[in-house]
Structures are given as structure tokens and as C-alpha cells.
Design a protein around this ligand. Structure first.
Ligand SMILES: [Zn+2]
Length: 481
């Protein structure tokens, strides 16, 4: 692609000359000017160079035709033998106005793209002014395949329809048809999400439902302690949770703690924000085009602006993600994304469910229906995971510990761990609570958990399950003693 000379002197561009050996004459005579980083807001020349590519291909305005997988390729000439070569390099395309960085890569989807990006960013850091690098270090980033991926991404961010690249794709998978709930950000016809936090996204949103509904400082303090415990157990800052913890501390007038967590939340934004256009959105009016299925234009011209992280939302992802193929589909990398281990998940879940169940059932604080529903749904999910993991002998201890931890958080202060007297006293409390919960049990006809949620506003079967399992765990502890 021909790059205007003015681009290289733009303040928003980091470029450097690199000399390499000619594969033919072996002289160190290939001199290449590599653009490592471009700020698209600061350098409209580069943006228009990209736009010109597709404008020439598309007959109509607002329609981008993406034609197969192409690389960001540049012709270089050996200064010694005069032969020319096409050289492909990755590039970081920063779009501060949308609060997203796009790493254009030509590598396969082997799970190593993120490491490649970080290496590339280290080159950029040597070339960019400090203030620019500081902003870069807090910006979410995403990955696209080659020039076609970048074209489609820019079209999408501009609210333009794009014509998907035709197959074959180098980076496609033959997944069976399936669906998966995602929590993230809705942006026009796209959905951005954190693959790293998929495993705890239900836990995170339940915590947020409670935290935003907390009206008294006692509840706020409990929730702040819980959020902090969750973040420490995850050993990685979930941007939503860190931000909410900062907000809670502001409400509690603890300014230093608030600043600490708000700063951490800012840094936590700097991570892979994967993108998909293959999803269903149950919200009416936001994503009508997606429901039509076979449309050749994913999304019509839809006005979008501001940061991609502006609108938190939940959608259902559809596999195989054929609308993402060849553009920003990185299934291998998603599978390799560092994710939470079952043991750590159970530690987090026991603290969250124990504390929130106590707040709802034992502390007599009025919570709104949405928060209670979200807790009931999370409880049901965790019951399923526990059943699944209890089949794995290597997780037997973790499953057992889940229940003793749950008891500790749920009846905090009423049952010291390992203290028999406390355990016996707690057993009596549990017998009472189980008797009450049994009376609330629905008729046999209401087997569907969604129907139970709809009728009761919580799930009495899940409630009883947690009480009965806690009793079982306590009895075992007593008999082991
Ligand atoms: Zn040569």
C-alpha cells in the first residue's frame, strides 16, 4: 500500500528503518521503513489510505467490500541487486476516540498472537512519546486478521455495512452449532467481550447487581470486602469489579481506597477485548439486523460513536461464528486465554454465594428483584458445576471445601470453623431454615427452574439445595471429629 510521505512525520505515527539481509544476494541492503504504530485520530492520512482501498472497491457509499484475506504488504527493493520483495508486517492501529487499539496480525491463530502484540508494543514504547504510551497502556486492544480485518473493523466502527470476505478462510473452525452467554459491550452491530473473564462473568454481574443496589453503609462495607476478596482470589483485576470497588469506597467516603481501585480499574482496561458479530441480542430495537440470519450485510448503517466500552450488555453468541471468519475470529487464542481454574472458581463462588445468600435470606435487607433473580440463576449454575466437578476425583477436596467455605460465609460469626459446639448450634439453625424452605417448595408441576424463578422471584429448589448440602457437610464434619 502506498503511504504518503507526510504519514512518517506525523506525531501519531511510530516508524523506524530496519535493514535486513537480501535473500538473493545476501547483502545487508534491504532497507524498510516499518510503521509500528499509528494513531488514526491524529493521522487522517493513514485512515484515508485505508478507506481509499475499499472506497475504490465499493460501488455505493457506506458499503465496504472486503475482498479476501490480504496482508499489510509493502514492496521493498534490495539496494545491492535491485530485486523487489513484498514484505508483510503487523501494525498497531490506535483509535483513541473509540478507546480501542487494533493489532493487525498476519500470524496464524496459534494462541501466540497476544505475546506477539506485547513484543510489538515494546518496540512502539521506544519510539513513542511518554504521554502517548501512558494512554496506550490503559487502552483495551483487539486483534484482526490482516488488511481485510482492519477494513471491516473500521467500517463497523464507523457504522457502515461491510460485505464479508468470501471463503476460504485461513482462520475458521468447524464448530457444531451451539450457543453461549456473553457479557461485555454492545457497539452497533458488534459485541466486544473479555475472553479472560468468561468463566466469572455471571459472578461479576451478580456482584454488580447487588453493589449498585446497596443503600446502606453496612451492606456497602460487606460488599466492598467481598469484591476485594474476589479480586484477590482471581489475582487479576476484572475492570468492572475494580471500578465498582472504587465507587463503593467513594460512597463510603474512603478516598484513598477509592483512588487505589479506580487507578487499578484504569490499568485493568488494557486487555484483549475480543469481538464478534455472530450473536443474538434479545433486547428489542438494538440489533434487529442480526435476527434476519442470512443477510449478506451484517448490520445496516447504524450510528455509532464514542468508546466501544460505553454500553454494557449481555448477548448469546452463536457458533460457528461464520460472520467473524477471516476478520477477527481467534478461537485457538480464546481457548488458550488464561482462565480461572476450577479450584479458584469454587473459592470465589463460595464467598460470593455465601455472602449474598446471607444478605438476602438472613440479614433482612430488602434487595430488588433483579438482584435476587441474578443470585438465584448464579446459584443454579454453580450447583451444575459442582455436580459436574464432583465426578472428577482430583477435585473432590475442592468440592468439599466449597461447602465448608460456603457455611463460613453464609453463617459468618455463628459457626466457627472446626469448632464442634458452633457446628452443633449451626445444625439447629439449619434444621429450622430447611423446614421453612421446604414449606416454600413448589408443587411437583413446577420442574422448570425458569418457571420457579418467574413464580417465586427466587428458586426455592436451589435455596433448599444449598441448605441441605450445608447440613450434610456439617454432619460429616461432626462425625469425622
Ligand atoms: Zn539483493
Amino acid at each position: 500500500m502506498p503511504i504518503a510521505e507526510s504519514v512518517f512525520s506525523n506525531r501519531g505515527v511510530a516508524s523506524a528503518r530496519k535493514t535486513s539481509q537480501c535473500p538473493i544476494c545476501k547483502a545487508d541492503a534491504i532497507i524498510q521503513r516499518i510503521i509500528y504504530y499509528v494513531d488514526l485520530d491524529a493521522c487522517p492520512e493513514y485512515h484515508s489510505a485505508v478507506v481509499r482501498q475499499y472506497a475504490s472497491l465499493a460501488g455505493a457509499p457506506n458499503l465496504v467490500v472486503v475482498t479476501g484475506e490480504r496482508a499489510v504488504e509493502e514492496d521493498v527493493t534490495c539496494q545491492s541487486c535491485g530485486r523487489s520483495f513484498g514484505v508483510t508486517t503487523p501494525i498497531v492501529v490506535d483509535i483513541p476516540s473509540r478507546d480501542i487499539m487494533v493489532f493487525v496480525t498476519h500470524m496464524g491463530d496459534d494462541g501466540g498472537v497476544e505475546a506477539g502484540f506485547r513484543t510489538w508494543l515494546r518496540y512502539c514504547a521506544k519510539l513513542l512519546p511518554k504521554d502517548v504510551m501512558q494512554a496506550v497502556a490503559t487502552r483495551p486492544y483487539t486483534f484482526v486478521h490482516g488488511w481485510s480485518g482492519l477494513e471491516a473493523m473500521l467500517a463497523m466502527l464507523a457504522g457502515n455495512a461491510y460485505h464479508p470476505a468470501p471463503p476460504p478462510y485461513k482462520h475458521a473452525t468447524a464448530d457444531e452449532l451451539r450457543f453461549e452467554g456473553l457479557k461485555g459491550y454492545l457497539y452497533g452491530t458488534a459485541f466486544f467481550f473479555y475472553p479472560r473473564f468468561n468463566a466469572v462473568s455471571e459472578i461479576a454481574s451478580t456482584l454488580l447487581d447487588f453493589s449498585t443496589g446497596a443503600e446502606h453503609d453496612v451492606a456497602r462495607r460487606d460488599l466492598a470486602a467481598l469484591l476485594q476478596l474476589v479480586l484477590e482470589t482471581l489475582r487479576e483485576d476484572h475492570p468492572w469489579l475494580s471500578q465498582e470497588l472504587g465507587r463503593l469506597y467513594l460512597d463510603l467516603n474512603q478516598k484513598d481506597e477509592a483512588m487505589h481501585w479506580l487507578k487499578r480499574a484504569l490499568v485493568a482496561q488494557h486487555q484483549w477485548l475480543a469481538v464478534t458479530t455472530s450473536f443474538m441480542d434479545a433486547t428489542p430495537g438494538t440489533n434487529d439486523e442480526q435476527d434476519e440470519g442470512g443477510s449478506s450485510f451484517p448490520g445496516g448503517a447504524m450510528a455509532v460513536n464514542g468508546p466501544v466500552t460505553g454500553t454494557r450488555h449481555a448477548v448469546t453468541r452463536i457458533y460457528p461464528a461464520n460472520r467473524d471468519f477471516g476478520l477477527w475470529c481467534f478461537p485457538e487464542m480464546e481457548r488458550h486465554a488464561p482462565t480461572i481454574r476450577p479450584e479458584r472458581f469454587l473459592t470465589v463462588a463460595s464467598a460470593v454465594l455465601g455472602t449474598l445468600d446471607r444478605m438476602v435470606w438472613d440479614d433482612n435487607i430488602g434487595w430488588d428483584r433483579m438482584a435476587v433473580l441474578s443470585l438465584a440463576a448464579l446459584g443454579g449454575d454453580v450447583v451444575e458445576w459442582l455436580e459436574h466437578w464432583s465426578l472428577d476425583p482430583s477435585l473432590a477436596n475442592a468440592v468439599e471445601r466449597f461447602w465448608s467455605d460456603y457455611i463460613k460465609f453464609r453463617w459468618h460469626g455463628r459457626a466457627g470453623r472446626g469448632e464442634l459446639e458452633e457446628a452443633e448450634r449451626l445444625l439447629l439453625i439449619l434444621d429450622d431454615q430447611i423446614a421453612v424452605a421446604r414449606k416454600r417448595l413448589p408443587e411437583g408441576a413446577l420442574v422448570d427452574s425458569r418457571l420457579r424463578l418467574f413464580r417465586f422471584g427466587y428458586d426455592p429448589v436451589v435455596l433448599l439445595h444449598f441448605l441441605a448440602k450445608s447440613r450434610e457437610s456439617l454432619l460429616k464434619r461432626l462425625s469425622d471429629a
